[in-house]
Design a protein around this ligand. Structure first.
Ligand code: SF4
Ligand code: SF4
Length: 149
């Protein structure tokens, strides 16, 4: 499932190897009958990995049910088909650009803070801001989230 924290950035939809994630009326959703927890593609669920606000939570129960059903029918064990792609600067920059577009559409201040924090993290990974600047932003974000919780 995708939780209410989703800020509709679209990163998970683009990265899901089996196209299990689609936009829904209010936010993105995972089709539990299609999701296979990235088994055979990535060592960890890709949507969880790319989501800037930890809103992707693939349903383990559905996946295990499907895996058991397949095993009972004699399906061969799943093997990793590809190593996870490196987080290249182009990939990170693409995510940053998507978040920037999303920021222009959002007015809710908590969501804007989430977006800004996710963007700062990407900028830090890209070397666009220093360790000290990112630490400062992290501190500000922690205090801010503490206030709204
Ligand atoms: S866990 Fe993998 S297969 Fe499932 S929705 Fe997320 S990215 Fe797609
Ligand atoms: S990556 Fe996270 S925030 Fe972005 S659309 Fe998917 S669930 Fe929503």
């Amino acid at each position: 499932m995708i939780t209410a924290e989703c800020i509709n950035c679209g990163a998970c939809e683009l990265d899901c190897p089996v196209r299990a994630i689609t936009p829904a009326p209010s936010q993105f959703r995972i089709d539990p009958m299609v999701c296979m927890e990235c088994d055979g593609y990535y060592p960890v669920p890709r949507c969880q990995w790319v989501c800037p606000v930890s809103a992707c939570a693939p349903e383990r129960e559905s996946y295990l049910f499907k895996a058991r059903a397949l095993t009972n029918r004699g399906a061969p064990p799943v093997v990793l088909r590809a190593a996870p792609p490196a987080e290249t600067p182009a990939i990170l920059q693409g995510r940053l650009d998507r978040l920037q577009k999303q920021l222009a559409l959002v007015t809710n201040k908590e969501t804007r803070a989430e977006l800004r924090y996710a963007m700062a993290k990407l900028q830090w990974q890209l070397g666009q801001i220093t360790d000290a600047e990112f630490a400062e932003i992290e501190k500000f974000y922690e205090n801010f989230t503490y206030e709204w919780c």
